[in-house]
Ligand binder design. Structure first.
Ligand code: ADP
Ligand code: F6P
Length: 319
């Protein structure tokens, strides 16, 4: 194997640049040529593919986002789109791929391997932390830090006015960000898609807490569990909360990568190149119990991530 490709796809996440840098540096160290594919599967279809040099990945560890850019491509889901993408890889002589992205992007990698025989290793990059087989995906730690400092700020103004806030965080159908944010910011309630909730119970608890002298109530809502406006209306039926809504939105994805995400990206990038050099394919790099592991795509995709029960228990006891 002489030539490999690297790309980022789906929602960008802090730490992707550390992973790209590690793939390029480790690839060059091992005598490979490393090609960067721009804007995920869209760039693979359009042939936006170029050779990367050592200096192309200088000074990027501290940058959020991805220097290779990212995209979502509907065309890649079609046979015609896939054929164009594979043709472009072949024309560049690319024999193996490292795909950095979330579950959709890694599903695409599995497809390239199973249907077209292209060797692929996936690196989990998504703030949602919704991939089975890794305790953390790239970007989760940074996103949590952004969420934490944002909620700390909201806490200050909420306490001053004796207000209730509903704060919506990302995560698609996974409540991980919401639950961990709830624990580390001392939120008063968390609503996530995986666990049923009773809005009347939450409303009554808020009323009682105000009576006991509490100066604010913070409810963290995971985006997959409903709309903040609806929750505000439902809460208003329980009592006169005059709740304010803050949707944290894309700032959650745009933070400066933390040391943890830079380290994770570096370790996973190297593990991915080493796996390809050993002739391996169809695997995702994972972080389990503090070590980097390789997890079979079949295992990743046949299991559903569940929010860690012990974290949910912790939350219950702290509220
Ligand atoms: P993420 O990787 O962050 O989960 P998406 O789910 O949007 O983001 O997926 C990113 C891209 O991966 C999609 O735009 C598409 O090009 C590709 N992809 C997703 N699912 C599939 C699939 N089932 N088959 C082929 N390609 C897919
Ligand atoms: O998958 C990452 C994520 O940020 C989700 O948390 C969110 O639902 C989605 O991407 C937002 O996507 P877009 O960037 O297309 O608005």
């Amino acid at each position: 194997m002489k030539k490999i490709g690297v790309m980022t796809s789906g929602g960008d996440s802090p730490g992707m640049n550390a992973a790209i840098r590690a793939v390029v540096r480790c690839g060059l160290y091992s005598g490979l040529e490393v090609y960067g594919i721009e804007s995920g599967y869209a760039g693979m279809i359009d042939g936006r593919i170029s050779l990367l040099a050592h200096s192309d990945v200088s000074n990027i560890l501290s940058r959020g986002g991805t220097i290779l850019r990212s995209a979502r491509s509907l065309e890649f889901k079609t046979d015609a789109g896939q054929a164009k993408a594979v043709k472009n890889l072949k024309e560049h002589g690319i024999e193996a791929l490292i795909v950095i992205g979330g579950d959709g992007s890694l599903t695409g990698a599995k497809l390239l391997q199973d249907k077209y025989g292209i060797k692929c290793i996936g690196i989990p990059g998504s703030i949602d932390n919704d991939l089975y087989g890794t305790d953390l995906s790239l970007g989760v730690d940074t996103a949590l830090n952004v969420i934490t400092s944002s909620i700390d700020m909201i806490n200050n103004t909420a306490s001053s006015h004796g207000r209730t806030f509903i704060i919506e965080v990302m995560g698609r159908n996974c409540g991980y960000l919401a639950v961990v944010a709830g624990i580390v910011t001392g939120a008063d309630a968390v609503i996530i898609p995986e666990v049923p909730h009773d809005i009347n119970e939450i409303g009554n608890m808020f009323i009682n807490r105000y009576k006991e002298g509490k100066t604010r109530n913070i409810l963290i809502l995971s985006e997959g569990a409903g709309k903040a406006e609806d929750v505000a209306l439902q809460l208003a039926e329980c009592g006169d909360f005059d709740a304010r809504i803050t949707v944290l939105g894309h700032i959650q994805r745009g933070g400066t990568p933390t040391a943890t995400d830079r380290m994770l990206g570096s370790q996973m990038g190297i593990a991915a190149v080493e796996a390809l050099l050993e002739g391996k394919s169809g695997l995702m790099t994972g972080f389990q119990d503090n070590i980097i592991v390789l997890v079979d795509f079949d295992e990743v995709f046949s299991n559903k991530v569940t929010v860690n029960e012990s974290i949910c228990r912790l939350m219950k006891k702290l509220i």
